[in-house]
Write a protein that binds this ligand. Structure first.
Ligand code: NAP
Length: 318
């Protein structure tokens, strides 16, 4: 049986991706094949498509993921869909179950079907739509990883979120609020209402007050843009507080330091389940825009590369 998938043969611009036919994958032991109803298209996919990485990572990243193009030719790291085939040894899911999850470095979700280890799939809450389930996971897992699992954010903390309207930032504003924090959002005037609706108590317009010039200190400083230097971030951080550099270059990633958190976010299945639960309970708004079917991927990539994307973009492969 054939399916359609979107492939990236070489690093390149949004229009360089191609929709092609390919065999539907077969599940190995412990795996399920999911018919992808919705797949996220995010800044991670755009980096992989373009071969564009934070400062210092260029060569290392290309050695790791592919010299001229990504070895994982089919991008897409988040899915929500329906179990279409079940491999040997899988007891937790049956045909027709609705599941969502993340595929890590294997990616592969920009296709009508994706094969995943059953242990990485989570039952999708019935009340949550496929686009919302696929959309909430990329920024959501990053924000949850940094705020709760690494920075150990406490109730009552003051939190500065730089880049509050993007995928990671919109999740960080909401998760910091869920964890009991008071959030100050840095965003453009156009996104002020969104940031407030997501829980920010205050918004600072970066076009009039550059983030590094905010003359205050916060218990947690969360940079989801990549324009805050480590030194400026430390100046904004209250004594004993945390600095999250979600977009750190190589030097800052290895340097780390007490209360400074950088590096790749983990995709723990427990966190995926927790985010889906919060979204189903309407505590967390996935802020999703459906762009179209697989053929809409170039348009999704153009919006991401434009740097003004709000929240999360999703395509509907099946
Ligand atoms: N460490 C990790 O594991 C990890 C995980 C996920 C993502 N990331 C990284 O995190 C970064 C953000 O990812 P994302 O998916 O959230 O990006 P995104 O959704 O594409 O971010 C777009 C948003 O950024 C805002 N923005 C642009 N310039 C800004 C500025 N100077 N100040 C404040 N806001 C600004 C835009 O709002 P305006 O239109 O208002 O400017 C727009 O809404 C990426 O570099 C990504 O690679 C890291």
């Amino acid at each position: 049986m054939e399916m359609r998938q979107v492939r990236v043969e070489r690093y390149g611009p949004p229009d360089s991706v191609v929709v092609v036919d390919a065999p539907v994958p077969r599940p190995g032991r412990g795996e399920v094949v999911v018919r992808v109803e919705a797949a996220g298209v995010n800044s991670g996919d755009a980096r992989m498509r373009a071969g564009r990485f934070p400062p210092g990572f260029g060569l290392l990243a290309r050695l790791a993921i592919g010299l001229r193009g990504p070895r994982a030719r089919v991008l897409g790291g988040t899915f929500s869909g329906v179990v279409a085939q079940v491999g040997d040894g899988v007891h937790e899911f049956g045909l027709g179950d609705e599941v969502a999850g993340m595929t890590g470095v294997r990616m592969g979700c920009h296709a009508e079907f994706v094969v995943v280890p059953a242990v990485t799939a989570v039952r999708k809450p019935a009340l949550l739509s496929h686009p919302d389930a696929a959309g909430v996971l990329f920024g959501g897992t990053a924000a949850l990883h940094f705020l709760r699992d690494r920075a150990a954010m406490q109730p009552g903390a003051t939190v500065l979120v730089n880049g509050a309207s993007g995928s990671v930032g919109s999740a960080a504003v909401q998760i910091a609020t869920i964890l009991g924090g008071t959030v100050t959002a840095v965003c453009s005037a156009a996104n002020r209402d969104l940031a407030r609706r997501l829980g920010a108590q205050r918004c600072i317009d970066y076009t009039t007050t550059p983030v590094a010039e905010i003359g205050e200190r916060f218990d947690v400083v969360f940079d989801a843009v990549g324009n805050l230097s480590r030194a400026d971030g430390l100046r904004l951080r209250a004594p004993g507080g945390a600095l999250v550099l979600a977009v750190a270059g190589l030097l800052d990633t290895i340097r780390g330091g007490r209360g400074v958190y950088a590096g790749p976010a983990s995709e723990q299945v427990e966190n995926v389940a927790e985010l889906l639960g919060w979204a189903a309970d309407q505590r967390l708004d996935p802020v999703v825009t459906v762009v179209g079917q697989l053929s809409a991927l170039p348009e999704a990539y153009r919006r991401i590369d434009g740097g003004r994307k709000v929240g999360n973009l999703v395509v509907l492969p099946a």
